[in-house]
Write a protein that binds this ligand. Structure first.
Ligand SMILES: O=C(O)CCC(=O)C(=O)O
Ligand SMILES: [Fe+2]
Length: 392
C-alpha cells in the first residue's frame, strides 16, 4: 500500500489494486480470519467423511454387480466373440425345381432340390464364419431356360383394381408371368449396351420412393427429350425399344387377360441399374400402393445373377403354401422377361447387391389413358413437346 495526500491534506491508504480501504474495516477483516478458517476446515472434513462413506458403498455394490455378471456370462452357451462372427452375408439357397428345361411352371414339387452356395465378396471374413442358412424357393433359376410363357397365378386383390373394374379393364388373371424368349439375344445385348450407356450419361438416383439407394435409372421419356438435341439414340436403338415394348405389351395382355388396347405405357418406362454403392437398403413394396395408376409392372433383365453381379435376386412374398409372406425368388437372367400385376397379390423387393452391375429395362402399364401412352412412339411424341402436360 502507498499513502496519498488529498487536496484537503487528509491522508488515506490505497491498496496495491488502487482500491481505497477504510482502516477500521481492514482491522475487522483481519480479526475474522481465524474463525473462517476454522469453520471451513470443519466443513471440508465433514464432506470428506461423507464422500468416503458413499465411495465405500459404491465399491461394494460394483463388486456385487461384477460378480453377478461374471456368474451369468460364464453360464451362457456362447461367448461374445462367437456372436460377432456369426455372419448374415453367406447364404445357401435351397433350390427346389432344379429342372433345367421346364415348359410349365415347376410349382410346389418336393425333392429335386440342390444347394447353391453363394459367397458374398463384400466381407470374406463374415462369409468364412457363416453358419446361418437361409432357405429360399425359386420361381425361376438361372439354370432354367423358360422357353414358354409361364404363369404363377395368384387371386387378384379384391380391392386393388376398383378403378380398372369400373372401366372394364381389370385383369382376368393375376400373378407373375415370365419367359426367357421375349426377344432374341442379339437384341437383348444391344439393349444392355444402351442401358449401360444412357445410365452412365444421364442416370438419376434418389433415396425416396425407390427400392434401393443402389438404383439408378433413366426414363425413356427423359431420353427422348434429350435425344434430338444431343443427336443421341440412333434409329436402330429407337426401333429396338419399340420392338421390346410391343413384345412386352403383347405378353402382358395375353398373360393377364387385359386387351392390348386397354394397356398404356406410363412414364415409368426406364432403364435401371443397381450397383452396390451403399449398404443394404432394399424395401419390400407393392407397386400399386406406390403408384396407384399402375396395373402391370414388367422387367426385361439385361444382366445375369452370379455372372454380372451377386445378390440382387427379385423376391416375391407370395410363394406357395398357406403361410403369408413366403419368399419366392426369380433369378435375373439376361433376356428374361417378367411381368406381374401391380396390386397387393404381388408384394416384392430386390435383394441387396454385393457386387457388379444389374441392368434392366422396365415397362410399367396403366389402364388409365390419362396416365399413359398407347405406344412408345406416342410416349416419345409427348415427351418432346415443348411443355409436356405432366411428369411424375
Ligand atoms: O428390378 C427388379 O427386379 C424389380 C424392380 C421393381 O420392383 C419395380 O420396378 O417395381
Ligand atoms: Fe416393384
Amino acid at each position: 500500500m502507498s499513502t496519498m495526500t488529498n487536496a484537503k491534506g487528509k491522508s488515506s491508504q490505497i491498496s496495491n489494486y488502487g482500491k481505497k480501504i477504510h482502516p477500521e474495516r481492514e482491522v475487522k477483516t483481519v480479526l475474522q480470519q481465524p474463525k473462517r478458517v476454522f469453520i471451513s476446515s470443519l466443513i471440508i472434513i465433514f464432506i470428506a467423511i461423507v464422500l468416503n462413506t458413499i465411495g465405500a458403498h459404491f465399491n461394494a455394490q460394483n463388486h456385487f454387480l461384477k460378480n453377478v455378471i461374471n456368474n451369468q456370462t460364464s453360464e451362457l452357451p456362447i461367448t461374445l466373440d462367437e456372436v460377432d462372427s456369426s455372419s448374415k452375408n453367406g447364404y445357401s439357397f435351397l433350390v427346389n425345381n432344379g429342372d433345367n428345361n421346364t415348359d410349365s411352371l415347376p410349382l410346389q414339387e418336393e425333392g429335386n432340390s440342390h444347394q447353391v452356395n453363394f459367397e458374398s465378396q463384400k466381407d470374406k471374413s463374415d462369409v468364412n464364419a457363416a453358419e446361418e442358412k437361409v432357405i429360399y424357393s425359386f420361381l425361376a433359376t438361372t439354370e432354367q431356360d423358360i422357353d414358354q410363357l409361364s404363369i404363377y397365378e395368384q387371386p387378384c386383390s379384391p380391392t386393388g383394381y376398383r378403378y380398372e373394374s369400373s372401366i372394364g379393364s381389370a385383369p382376368e388373371t393375376c400373378g407373375i408371368t415370365f419367359t426367357d424368349h421375349l426377344l432374341d439375344q442379339d437384341q437383348v445385348n444391344k439393349l444392355r449396351t444402351m442401358a449401360a450407356k444412357y445410365i452412365e450419361l444421364f442416370g438419376e438416383t434418389t433415396t425416396t420412393n425407390r427400392e434401393s439407394l443402389n438404383l439408378q435409372w433413366i426414363n425413356l421419356h427423359t431420353l427422348f427429350r434429350k435425344a434430338p438435341k444431343k443427336s443421341l439414340l440412333s434409329d436402330d436403338e429407337y426401333e429396338l425399344l419399340i420392338n421390346a415394348s410391343v413384345a412386352a405389351k403383347s405378353v402382358t395382355s395375353m398373360a393377364f387377360g387385359i386387351p392390348e388396347d386397354r394397356l398404356f405405357f406410363t412414364t415409368v418406362c426406364q432403364f435401371t441399374r443397381y450397383e452396390p454403392v451403399a449398404a443394404f437398403s432394399e424395401f419390400r413394396h407393392i407397386d400399386k400402393v406406390r403408384s396407384p395408376e399402375l396395373i402391370v409392372t414388367s422387367i426385361l433383365w439385361l444382366s445375369t445373377v452370379d455372372v454380372d453381379f451377386e445378390g440382387g435376386r427379385l423376391e416375391f412374398l407370395n410363394g406357395p403354401g398357406d403361410e403369408k409372406f413366403n419368399p419366392y425368388l426369380i433369378e435375373p437372367k439376361k433376356g428374361r422377361y417378367a411381368a406381374w400385376t401391380s396390386s397387393h397379390e404381388n408384394p416384392h423387393g430386390v435383394h441387396e447387391l454385393y457386387n457388379g452391375e444389374r441392368l434392366a429395362l422396365i415397362f410399367a402399364f396403366t389402364a388409365n389413358p390419362k396416365f399413359g401412352h398407347s405406344t412408345i412412339e406416342s410416349l416419345r411424341t409427348w415427351a418432346t413437346l415443348k411443355k409436356p402436360s405432366f411428369y411424375y
